[in-house]
Design a protein. Structure first.
Lengths: 292, 292, 292, 292, 292, 292
């Protein structure tokens, strides 16, 4: 239904036309927030200064924070800081994606009280930024290093994203613990993914074997999507669903195994972009006949 | 059915009438256990002395242990130790809840061999005690600090409890990895929650949007409860269930989407308190007709 | 069907007859890989030397790596290194199982690019090796130490395997985050277990209350198997399934609650060993009638 | 010459009558300085907040700073923080001496730009405060702990003061590296001691065998004073001197072996208090006849 | 004697005309040495890779090494690494001085087996490089940061050089423990200073009060030079001397108090440059008459 | 005077004939002391267990303690522990020398209250044991590793002993800060050396250029001995002396420059062994004529 697709606005771009996402603006806002919090909470001031307020730019703050979060006794913080800083500085798309992710968390998660809250505390946000660096390394054929970083992200955040996976921008990994995303997975822009979500493989050898997630998709907590299936733009996957089939754009799949709400032939279609509206439960009424 | 509710004993109080839960008694028992283990296992003695035996009280031992578990290179152990000690010391209800949780783990989990085993090793127990401190800070409007603590708990234990969530006492988070509890969730007393359980939101903005869990509820592994639904006192939620509706007291909900065992009209009701009996599988027979 | 069982080859042994699994050979291969990676990626060379190339044997490398991964401010790396090295050296079966696990990851996981990749980065592999040491300690009645190790594994890797659980060799814990395996669980050889899998108890006191997993079983992501049920040799459990009943050999159980594909009376049987083929999704067609 | 001794003012008291040494005043000044420095130097702000600005009192700041400076992998910062805080809080004389030492550094050392400079950076100051705590522990017969602390001070600051040594207040250990002070040494008030100074024993067994240093003494760099000798009030010991004999009040001893300037019979006497004036070199003219 | 001064070659320049001191050449040599050592000693390879071989330039290697040596729990390695790297990169004179110091150690100290030996292990070399950074910060009026760095250098290396002190290039601090250099001291080029040497003040307030050391001077172990005295070019100060007077060029001062060898009127003069020849003991014969 | 030399007993051997120095006996005594201290001081128990009581032998305890003391972020404790343990275990003479040093400290230093006090806290003792390991590595041509260890010892303990220096047994380095011992120095048995002592070179290239110290020598604090001079058996060097000449057996040298007490022609000779009697000040009377 091409008309539908035309009507479907790329959410980030639309907001972008209103207020251009400006890294400087977000960074200035983060510093203002951190300064306010440092003043009201002396016990946290040292942390806020070391992590945010002592840095001249968002990329340095992020590189410092990730370096300290992901370091270990055998992968030193200085090495990781250098690696993050050099990689982020080398490709402006990385920081643009970071800013889009910050805006996504702020806009979609009612529990996200500020940009600095997300930057400091959201393991999904941090894992995603670290993944972008490991993905860049992977694309530069620095695979052992990309995989070492992958391993640290999985240890520290319990978020396991293969370095080869392609992830768009404006992404919200909410709560994030237990997310697993396989090697050939692709995720579009403005997607929201809850914790314990798996974009897994079929177990067959090295070909393209993981899901492709369209723009604006919302995937509920604990959903498992397996195989090289296509989740269409603006689709919604219910919490706990096990999805083994393609899901058309702007439809909802629920259950184990997942079925399309409204039926395979004429599935119900929604107009809003669930990846942004974050409406996890609108399909409850659709399920009412299963509640015996 | 109010009569039922009257008949429903508060499990902790009932046991309390037999042997009053006494912090001193539990602390003395913990020290005895630790001393015995230090003698039998010299390799562990240093750990037992630093964590338990060198401390004059349970709150100091707990503050030390949490401070060392949750510290990072930018949030130092001394700062966290101070924060935990001062907060726990400032409100006797916190330590009382700690003791009730220790008794809950000991009574309900057959794998829990001693109080000290729980104090030292149970990430669910430790995450819950740290949450109580972050919740206290939240209620004192020290929100940036509460959220920083929240983030550390989620990183270190993979247990993600929003600081605003209200949690009763006598709680067992068994295994605990992957538990996610949202901002407006409320959990009663004597509840047992297995790992990978989500008490999630509906994604709609800031109002009351998370589950309310009554006293004595048991929630099985991987269950996902979404929205401002009410899980009645003594109810049981089967493992892997996706619950989007209210569950009446002392009934059992299972499946994805969850249905009441026995049917919506006349659900089967149980007398025992599943939050304490921890009977996860009594509904197997109820499911037998689904097993084709 | 005993004939079937006779025909069912022990996968490791069969491959063993072709190329004998030799610890020396694997260790030599690991050093070759690490040397190659150190040369191509100087940023990683320090890590590769400290973790692999400076060690004279696989057990020392593994003991060093686990000691550094699992240490904390109160359980020092030197203590853990000593403990791992002494325990692994004391029982040659431990290292043989390590090598079988390395071969399993390499053979079954298309994302596993080398033995050293697995040794360094696979939290499932590392958690399993550390579990084997804690299990050995448990069997020597050094239970407080076994439980302290158990706790560190659960904190660091988000993999929670009770020290008493018995685990065979040639095991692949893929992704591994969120795996929970209870005290009386038993896992055979050549089993593959995805992340978020629970082998849980029934909550009833101390008797034998956890699943028994046969050789060659494949358990999909997020599957929950509860109680003292028997998953027969070569069976396959679909992702997200909740299994409360025995599953016969070489059959497939899917869904919540899980049903046998093909029906309880005459379930479909497969010839291949899913624990090795890792075919997670062959049952999609079997489910097609559930997709409305 | 008792008249001389009467005329000799206790320097601290005299200044005290002008501006009473007030811990609150010094602490307020320290916070003002740290706040100013944090504003002008963001790279240092985290350090200043963690060490000074996040603390409600000087004793907590000092306990935190010493705990972090002196901790090791086997003597944790939390343990030392607790020990320092409890000991300093238990005896108000300790903090009073700290404040007198801060004032001494500020008054006597032209390189000391602020109280916070001394509190943060002067190893002699920090070693002296830590010694006071180890001395308190020694006097409480907690000798193994006092000696462990002694060892950490010697390792970290290269300042070796036996826990039993008695030290007054208003002390300046300038530069401090290499200072060694033996078990039965006694140091009065308002003494200034440069680096590499030894107050050593005679090597004979356990009796009183170390120097006694009077009020207001100045001991130059590298001076070695051995045996139970008495260095009189207001005396001055030249740099590099080796002193094996009593030195009368307000005289100067120089050389190896040390001789009294002006001769043993009628040594030259000075009026000022060298421990406060810090005039190291006034005896140059006295030595002119040795310069060939 | 100006003719003498004309004849006195600047040692570094003279050698420079033969083989120009080239940072690239020295860095290439360091990497060759480190690669050779990493191959012959696997236990050290990780250290050599992290500290030298993983870095693209000498300044990065040095910044990394100093950052890790001087960091503490409150001054993180990432912060110091950044500070060292940015400062060294901002002024090419700093790295040129580093290279001159490396050449000095290699040329003058028979125990210095390679450039990498000095870079990795010489506390005098490392303290001097860190001092140059703190001096640069001081000259930029970043005094609190300069003093914090000063304090770390004094704690870690037991080398106490005030950030304001001016130090030339081609400097060898041999052994270095206990060196103290005051605020207004100035040290020329090609100077060699042994351990325990003090360039101290007179204790009088803030004016110019510390020694001025000419080019090519050699100061023996434990020498104490006090006050704003001038040690002339190519002079030699005997071990253990206490110098309170000017020492003319190319003369030798020995003893406590120091006298000129040969007498004040016609002191013996030497032709060689003792700062480079490192002849500590040529004055033995001059002292023979003191040996009774 | 050869008769004198014949009469001069090797102090350790003589005591050895009375009570044979038994490693087991000393280790048993250390454990008894540590157990007593752990009981009386819970705050120290963790340290005592980790460092002493959890180890089955003195070499393991020592290797653990040195590994933790000398490790850094780039030289990990596990690597050093391994290195110390393997080296000490490979040559029984090393542990025998350790035990002789422990007995020496206990016998000669009145401030040494127990063997465990020395083992845990004496930086001179610890530096000496670590030196023995670095010397062993040096003698095995593992020079880069020996020098890295040398550097760590100098950083951590401010004791700088070149790995090539040969040191006997029954050595007491008292206080030890600032000791510097050059490459070709040789130290006999039963020597006592105070802090700030230098056994330095002449600065001339690589030949034999450092002092040779005979058995039973006592070297006072701050003494500087330079060049390939011979300090005869049982000689005593006064504190602060600068020695550039041979000192005959059982004589005393004092002063800067050092002279023999009693005169060069017929120096006073003592019968006792000053390295054991530790009589630092018996020469005071000899100096009385210098005290003007």
């Amino acid at each position: 239904m091409p008309a539908g697709e035309l009507r479907y606005p790329s959410p980030l771009n639309s907001s972008a036309t209103e207020t251009p996402p400006d890294e400087e603006e977000v960074w200035a806002q983060i510093k203002t927030e951190a300064r306010r919090d440092a003043e009201s909470e002396p016990a946290l001031a040292s942390y806020l200064y070391s992590t945010i307020l002592s840095h001249p730019s968002l990329e340095r703050s992020l590189a410092f924070h990730l370096g300290n979060k992901l370091c270990s006794s055998t992968l030193l913080s200085t090495l990781l800081y250098d690696l993050f800083l050099n990689t982020i500085s080398s490709d402006s798309a990385l920081l643009a994606a970071t800013v889009a992710d910050l805006r996504a968390a702020r806009a979609r998660d009612p529990a996200c009280v500020s940009f600095s809250h997300c930057l400091l505390n959201y393991k999904g946000f941090l894992a995603c930024q670290a993944h972008r660096v490991s993905h860049k390394l992977w694309s530069q054929s620095r695979r052992p290093l990309a995989l070492a970083l992958h391993s640290r992200i999985s240890d520290v955040f319990a978020v396991d994203i293969h370095p080869a996976a392609k992830i768009g921008k404006g992404i919200l990994f909410d709560h994030a613990t237990g997310v697993v995303i396989g090697e050939t997975a692709v995720i579009g822009n403005n997607v929201s993914i809850l914790h314990h979500v798996t974009l897994g493989g079929t177990g067959k050898a090295c070909e393209d074997r993981h899901p492709k997630i369209g723009d604006g998709v919302l995937i509920g907590a604990g959903a498992t999507i397996l195989g090289n299936v296509k989740i269409g733009e603006g689709a919604k996957i219910g919490a706990g669903s096990v999805v083994l089939i393609d899901v058309p754009p702007r439809t909802t799949a629920v259950g184990n195994p997942a079925r399309l709400v409204g039926g395979k032939e004429k599935p119900a279609r929604h107009e809003e972009c669930p990846g942004e509206s974050m409406d996890h439960t609108s399909f409850i009424s659709d399920w009412s006949d299963y509640i015996i």
